[in-house]
Design a protein around this ligand. Structure first.
Ligand SMILES: NC(=O)c1ccc[n+]([C@@H]2O[C@H](COP(=O)([O-])OP(=O)(O)OC[C@H]3O[C@@H](n4cnc5c(N)ncnc54)[C@H](OP(=O)(O)O)[C@@H]3O)[C@@H](O)[C@H]2O)c1
Length: 332
């Protein structure tokens, strides 16, 4: 990973979705890159951003970003906005509300306040053809993400789009989830086992956003953020299990069984691990198209999953196991 080294002052930045997985790392990097930059981070619940309060430049605020007046107040006086708000599960209406209506209202608020610079984090797998935006993607998630991109692109703002593949890191709900499942289940029934991904490290995605904010040459460009290795879901699950010390055999579910599993999971309390919409998203390869610039164009050498994930998965899953054995040995 190459850290951007242009210490350009970037002022006061509004980070929508800044309390999330990517947002937390982004705020750390922005605070490091320019300690004078004020980071305005709205959240639905202040406790979601509790861990970020230690950052000296953060202005964490409880706010409803779907309220026009609130959004207008948040945007005012900012030099740039980063939008990281997204959901993975929900109805078509919920996807529309979060991925399309919010960018539309954000664009209006920015234009009203004279704020031109916006970095939108989108997703890979949405440019499947030259058909009208959103018409060809197989899932509500991808369709709404496509439409959100189009809304911002048509707004006339100074926009940079980033499309990451699946993102890994110590606090992800991806490799950690697969490791957790393999800790408790003797066999993993896996839907979409042949789906293709190019996992990208959260630090690399955050570094890319910082670079975009610092470099005006990135305006108008769409970047694909991918790691160096293409892997199937089955391989990712296997590695996550191996690095956590609990690799289990997998059963690749046929289409009908995958749909049944997803339909059942949609009813899980606390939100689904997988939905039928997620399954439909996995029909599109989540890998770089090669038609757009990637992280190297931003001066970032993508980090392999194998270079980072074993460290955090071993620390979380294997060390406690070793500690239990050690404690047992001392008692004996
Ligand atoms: N993680 C990945 O593997 C991955 C892969 C491809 C693309 N991306 C994209 O990267 C961006 C960041 O993803 P992430 O993994 O950091 O997401 P995340 O951890 O789920 O965080 C999402 C953030 O959005 C806010 N949020 C969620 N639902 C909201 C709603 N209905 N209204 C207002 N705010 C809401 C949450 O803030 P509060 O709870 O504090 O209000 C949270 O800070 C997203 O655009 C995502 O689509 C992520």
């Amino acid at each position: 990973m190459t850290t951007p080294n242009t210490p350009a002052a970037i002022g006061r930045i509004l980070i929508l979705g800044g309390t999330g997985f990517v947002g937390r790392t982004l705020c750390e990097k922005l605070a490091e890159a320019d300690p004078a930059t004020r980071l305005v981070v709205p959240t639905r619940r202040l406790k979601h951003g509790a861990a970020m309060r230690v950052l000296p430049t953060i202005d964490l605020q409880q706010a409803d970003v779907h309220d026009d007046a609130t959004l207008q107040r948040l945007v005012a006086g900012c030099s740039a906005v980063v939008n990281l708000v997204a959901i993975l599960h929900g109805s078509a209406a919920a996807f529309e509300h979060v991925h399309v209506a919010l960018p539309r209202r954000l664009a209006a608020a920015c234009l009203n306040a004279g704020v031109r610079r916006v970095v939108q984090v989108s997703a890979l797998g949405i440019a499947t053809s030259n058909a009208p935006p959103g018409q060809t993607a197989p899932s509500d998630y991808l369709r709404s993400k496509t439409q959100g991109e189009a809304v911002l692109r048509d707004s006339g703002l100074a926009l940079t789009l980033l499309r990451p593949s699946v993102i890994f890191g110590a606090e992800d709900r991806f490799t950690n989830l697969f490791a957790e499942l393999q800790q408790v289940a003797p066999v993993i029934p896996l839907a979409g086992s042949n789906a293709r991904f190019q996992p990208v490290w959260v630090d690399d995605v955050a570094a890319a956003i910082v670079r975009c904010l610092q470099d005006p040459a990135t305006v108008g460009v769409t970047y694909e953020c991918t790691g160096p290795d293409e892997m199937t879901l089955s391989q990712i699950v296997r590695y996550a299990g191996r690095w956590a010390g609990c690799e289990r055999p997998q059963i690749a579910l046929p289409g009908w069984a995958a749909t049944l599993q997803a339909r059942t999971m949609e009813w899980l309390p606390g939100g689904p691990l997988m939905s039928r919409d997620n399954l439909r998203s996995m029909q599109v390869p989540n890998v770089a198209s090669g038609l757009l610039p990637g992280l190297p164009a931003l001066g970032i050498e993508p980090t392999a999953m194998a270079a980072v994930a074993p460290g955090y998965l071993q620390a979380r899953f294997q060390r406690p196991l070793l500690d239990r054995w050690r404690a047992r040995a001392h008692r004996g």
